[in-house]
Design a protein around this ligand. Structure first.
Ligand SMILES: [Zn+2]
Length: 165
């Protein structure tokens, strides 16, 4: 492989002039350099693929998902505290439910999308070909924020009620 010094285009060894800009090409790169270039290309392609994947789990999703998991665990711990102190802990089940739902929505969007496809299968015949719409993707983000918000609110109400703080 030869790399054009002028435009950076990749050319095969048997070319003397760049396929893109017709600049005269130098010597072929070493096998190691070629490996590095190909690895770089793989990364670029992988990023492109991820950006095109409508159900790609972003950093925002990961952070929200992990925080929701922590929230769900904290709610379960408080549920035990509530049991021991014989308090009304109904609101904690709300927290556990919303945190768990948010964690699944944030971390495994493909699972939620398969549920959506199941719902669609009752309405349209070619539901397997459907891609998540802009509306679906936006709704998903809003659901994550609201779900985590409701979870935190329920957890706070319960914690105040149990006088944990
Ligand atoms: Zn060139």
């Amino acid at each position: 492989m030869k790399v054009c010094e002028k435009c950076g285009a990749l050319n095969s060894d048997n070319r003397f002039f760049c396929v893109d800009c017709h600049e005269k090409l130098g010597d072929a790169v070493s096998e190691r350099e070629q490996g590095d270039i190909e690895q770089g290309l793989d990364t670029v392609l992988e990023n492109l693929y991820n950006n095109n994947d409508p159900l790609h789990v972003s950093w925002f999703d990961k952070v929200m998902g992990i925080l929701s998991l922590v929230g769900a665990v904290a709610s379960l711990v408080l549920l035990v505290v509530g049991l021991v102190t014989q308090r009304d802990f109904t609101v904690l089940w709300v927290a556990v439910f919303f945190f768990a739902l948010t964690a699944v929505e944030a971390l495994v969007p493909k699972f939620m999308w398969s549920l959506e496809q199941l719902r669609l299968s009752f309405h349209i015949s070619n539901f397997e070909d459907t891609e998540p719409s802009m509306f679906y993707k936006t709704s998903r983000k809003i659901c994550i924020v609201i779900g985590a918000g409701v979870g935190v609110a329920a957890l706070l109400i319960a914690a105040l009620d149990l006088r944990v703080f």
